[in-house]
Write a protein that binds this ligand. Structure first.
Ligand code: DAH
Length: 348
């Protein structure tokens, strides 16, 4: 009996020693298994009870049970203590330093032409215009014939136009959208048509694909003064200030009379004889425009003796360059990612 007691005391002592030197809850788990697990010291001890006399058995049994209860209590308390310590350490080592500067974000930017298109569409929406879009692969009727462009016109030449073997073509301007919109919606109509156009032109200042924006208004009793008011309001809104305008007589088969609009140089306002933008002329050519030819109105399914109107076409790439101070047209087409990522500079 005494030797059993001594053995139990030895186990307890050993247990207490190990508990005292515990450094982590992981080690605690190992100690728990070593003493109270299936093959642990206390459990193995219980298994030896069978070999004791019937008088000894309950006494020793009770002693072992109470030792196990004490151990469990101690383990529980130690576990709580260790876990608290560990979560304190974790909090300290994973603490967020709110004073650190943020990492930079490259989110990209809206392409300058897309930005300008959005702005122009919004400006014209304020004047009652809606967006109309048309196909980039067009037919001869919409791109030329219905726009009063005769078969002999040089624009139809293979040297200027990209033709497909079936006679279809890549539209050479956004003007065919005028015809499609008139045929679809009739009059009165106010539309703005941005889009890509294609010509067999490729040199340092011309790209075979470029961006235009067409405008069309057909109503009753429209005058040249209405057209001028509309275009000058548009230019003032694009460049965020009123700009002097001048008109030059021109020729387009789809308008009569036909004009070209120049605005005062946005760089030097005509004050710098060696200005690299206006080449010292003080003027920038920004739009072709005119009163819609009666034939075109008729091709659009509208009676030209009742309705008339005006139309214009502007080159969006050139306006984007002027507005955002770009010097090289190619940056608009070449997908230069670092350049386009600096898109913030294009916001209005
Ligand atoms: N379609 C012409 C071009 O590509 C631009 C143009 C001029 C459009 C006069 C018009 C206009 O609607 O009235 O050069």
């Amino acid at each position: 009996m005494t030797s059993i007691r001594t053995e139990l005391e030895g186990i307890e002592l050993n247990f207490l020693e190990q508990i005292a030197s515990l450094a982590s809850s992981e080690e605690l788990q190992q100690v728990k298994v070593a003493f109270l697990g299936k093959k642990g010291a206390v459990t193995s001890f219980l298994k030896t009870l069978g070999s004791l006399s019937p008088e000894e058995r309950p006494v020793v049994g009770q002693a072992v049970n109470s030792l196990r209860d004490r151990m469990e209590e101690i383990l529980e308390g130690k576990k709580r203590e260790l876990e608290e310590k560990e979560s304190d350490v974790a909090e300290r080592t994973h603490r967020i330093d709110v004073t650190l500067p943020p990492r930079g974000r490259s989110t990209g930017g809206i392409h300058p032409v897309a930005q300008l298109t959005q702005d122009v569409v919004e400006i014209l929406a304020g004047l009652g215009f809606s967006v109309a879009l048309g196909p980039e692969i067009e037919d001869d009727f919409h791109n030329f014939e219905a726009l009063n462009i005769p078969a002999s016109h040089p624009a139809r030449d293979m040297a200027d136009t990209f033709y497909f073997p079936d006679g279809k073509l890549l539209r050479t301007h956004t003007s065919p959208v005028q015809i499609r919109a008139m045929l679809r919606h009739g009059a009165p109509i106010r539309i703005v048509c941005p889009g890509k156009v294609y010509r067999r032109d490729s040199d340092p200042t011309h790209s075979p694909m470029f961006n235009q924006l067409e405008g069309l208004l057909v109503e009753k009793d429209i005058s040249v003064a209405d057209m001028k008011g509309c275009l000058e309001a548009l230019m003032a809104a694009i460049f965020s200030r009123p700009l002097k305008a001048r008109y030059r007589a021109s020729y387009f088969p789809f308008t009569e009379p036909s004009l070209e609009l120049d605005i005062e140089c946005v760089e030097c306002s005509g004050k710098n004889p060696s200005c690299r933008i206006c080449k010292g002329t003080g003027w920038l050519e920004v739009a072709g425009l005119g009163m819609v030819h009666p034939n075109v109105i008729r091709y659009g399914g509208i009676d030209p003796s009742v309705y008339n109107g005006f139309a214009w076409g502007i080159g969006l790439d050139r306006i984007a360059m002027l507005k955002y101070g770009l010097t090289d047209l190619r940056v608009l087409f070449e997908g230069n990612v670092p350049y386009l990522l600096s898109g913030r500079r294009f916001s209005c």
